[in-house]
Design a protein around this ligand. Structure first.
Ligand code: SF4
Ligand code: MSK
Length: 621
């Protein structure tokens, strides 16, 4: 195993963990070595109880499962199930936001308001819902109902497909992969991957793309757009990042997971004068709410709330000894937290009926009593403050400022209200192209090194980088989300950033907010009158680990964007299927995957790809 992290704060907490005998994900990763070779190659099937079956990767026997499934069928089925799980996670998050908007409109959600009425009315117009002369609550109720229908839609395709460039939409229609209802694609994915149903790896892959598209242009897009309506559309905002945001003299509450419905209320409750007074009574200077992972991204985008770290720092935050409560909702929450927290005073609180953890205290969260529940949780943290073990406290100094909040609307505002300045800069070659660098941490990669290396190389070569998720937090910690980072960019990009006062790396939000990147790409393609696949644009997931990332990859490639993966997907044992993902998809979708574990080489692939696309558009490379 190479270096564990490039982040000094993480390394100092890993030293502390080692001294105190605390296991982290990195230790458990080492204990898993060597990882199962069949699993790594995608050659193991457990889809029925005749199995488990495995395929010999060296061409010896067996080459088929008991039912006759080949390596390609087995790997394609497995990948499709990963896509279905990822799409389900994002889309169920989207559904929760839609439900919260509905309950807010009905006056049944405590503490929520419709913050962006303009966006609400624009969305209503997009969905054909009359809005003139009607109250925002009436419009929101109808819009939320319409959105609920789209999850289990009986007829037609998703409404947001109207945002997709015509050429791309026609291609999806031709291939039979325009997504219908969100739930329908996910259910069909599960059906097709049942033993003895879809055994053709090409057909399975096409449905994988369709399922992914129902996430990107459906569930995730609902999550983003409706969160903006409820909590406000992000605008540039500054805040701080890394474990140094945890304060020794304050009650620290870390909100971790993905959905903003609870964290928004915690942010609100932590401003309550009574609770602040209670914190002071216990000897603290105040209440400090910090984020972790994408729940962190949601509140930093809208409020500049400090973010304590990305995926691999969740255990490390507890190890500082100053986290009085870690409140979790759904997704990317390591069950190991309960064991780590036992060694410190940290109170772990689960809140979602969908995500319970053995030995973790559960405070059920409901929109109807949201603010009361948030106050209860903040109070629990305050009461826990005096239980800290002062001898075990060590908070890293590392704390870095960031500028985030780059929604599509914020980018347009920075550009003076139209995409033209960006298009002109691309045409003139000041900006060569745009790359989305997104995704998780994974102990298979030195933490943050993939994100940072690829991002630095791209901006150096005048490629504007847009980010979401844990990749964005990695760049926040490294100072790349500051306008001053323009000095690290090539001359063209640097000049554009300085003129606009923006960083060369734009933080666009949480994982579901990759939908903002789709909307931006579609708007640029529409403005140029081309397909998304014609754009000098690419995607990268240098440290991805989650099934959501597989769904994202499939909708990004399905939308026509070349994507480089930095950790190896579990498919390489299936030769024809791998060939389809990395080459054949190009002929069908106009985009394909590449797998490149060296981030510098990955950046080179992207730069070459952008140069080729520029040439295709008649622009100078
Ligand atoms: Fe084996 Fe086929 Fe059952 Fe998979 S579906 S476990 S390959 S028999
Ligand atoms: S939180 S999905 S580890 S980016 Fe969205 Fe980070 Fe990946 Fe979770």
């Amino acid at each position: 195993m190479g270096e564990k992290s490039v982040d000094k704060a993480s390394l100092s907490m890993l030293d502390k963990a080692a001294q105190e005998g605390i296991e982290t994900a990195w230790d458990r990763y080492e204990k898993q070595q060597p990882q199962c070779g069949f699993g790594l190659l995608g050659l193991c099937c457990r889809h029925c109880n005749m199995g488990p079956c495995r395929i010999d990767p060296f061409g010896e026997e067996p080459q088929e499962g008991i039912c006759g499934a080949t390596a390609d069928t087995i790997a394609a089925r497995h990948l499709l199930r990963m896509i279905a799980a990822g799409a389900a996670a994002h889309s169920d998050h989207g559904r929760d936001i839609v439900t919260t908007l509905y309950e807010t409109a009905e006056g049944e959600a405590q503490g929520y308001q419709i913050k962006d009425e303009g966006k609400l009315r624009a969305l209503a117009a997009e969905f054909g819902i009359p809005e003139e002369g009607r109250s925002k609550e009436d419009v929101a109720r109808d819009l939320a109902r319409e959105a609920m229908e789209e999850f289990g839609m009986v007829k037609g395709t998703l409404n947001f497909l109207n945002r997709v460039p015509e050429k791309r939409r026609q291609l999806w229609e031709k291939l039979g992969i325009a997504p219908r209802g969100i739930d329908r694609e996910i259910v069909e994915a599960m059906h097709r991957t049942h033993m003895g149903v879809d055994n053709d790896y090409v057909n399975l892959t096409l449905h994988g793309v369709r399922t992914g598209l129902s996430d990107g242009w459906g569930g995730s897009m609902f999550a983003t757009e409706f969160s903006d309506v409820l909590f406000g559309t992000p605008q540039p905002v500054r805040g701080k990042s890394n474990l140094g945001v945890l304060k020794e003299d304050q009650v620290n509450i870390v909100v971790h997971g993905h959905e903003p419905v609870l964290s928004e209320m915690i942010v609100q409750a932590a401003k309550d004068e009574e609770l602040i007074a209670a914190a002071r009574e216990k000897g603290a200077q105040g209440i400090n709410v910090c984020g972790m992972c994408c729940t962190g991204n949601e509140i930093l985008m809208r409020h500049g709330v400090p973010v304590a770290g990305n995926f691999l720092q969740q255990e490390l935050a507890v190890i500082t000894g100053v986290v009085d409560a870690m409140v979790v909702d759904v997704q990317c929450i390591m069950p190991a937290l309960t064991q780590v927290a036992k060694c410190y005073h940290t109170k772990l609180i689960s809140t979602s009926p969908k995500a319970r953890f053995p030995e973790m205290e559960h405070v059920p969260f409901s929109e109807r009593t949201a603010l009361d529940t948030a106050r209860q949780i903040v109070k629990m943290a305050v009461d826990n403050y005096p239980r800290r073990n002062k001898d075990r406290i060590q908070v890293p100094d590392e704390e870095m400022e960031y500028m985030a909040g780059f929604s599509v609307e914020a980018i347009l505002k920075a550009l003076g209200g139209s995409l033209n300045p960006l298009l002109d800069a691309i045409k003139a070659g000041q900006i060569k192209g745009i790359a989305a660098v997104v995704g998780c941490n994974n102990p298979k990669v030195t933490q943050d090194s993939g994100h940072l290396t690829i991002t630095r190389e791209l901006i150096k070569n005048d490629v504007l980088v847009v980010q979401t998720g844990c990749a964005a937090i990695a760049c926040a910690k490294a100072g790349l989300l500051l306008p001053e980072a323009a000095d690290q960019a090539g001359p063209g990009l640097s000049a554009v950033c300085k003129a606009l006062g923006i960083p060369p790396v734009l933080h666009m939000g949480s994982c579901v907010d990759i939908s903002r990147i789709l909307v931006t790409a579609a708007a640029i393609a529409n403005a140029l009158g081309v397909d998304i696949s014609d754009l000098p644009a690419a995607g990268a997931a240098p440290e991805w680990m989650s099934e959501k990332a597989v769904s994202i990859g499939s909708y990004v490639v399905g939308s026509g964007v070349f994507t480089v993966l930095g950790t190896v997907p579990q498919v390489l044992g299936a030769k024809k299927f791998t060939e389809l993902l990395t080459k054949g998809a190009q002929d069908v979708l106009g985009a394909a995957f590449a797998v490149e574990t060296d981030p510098l080489k990955a950046a080179e692939l992207i730069i070459e790809h952008i140069a080729a696309k520029r040439k295709g558009l008649g622009l100078e490379a």
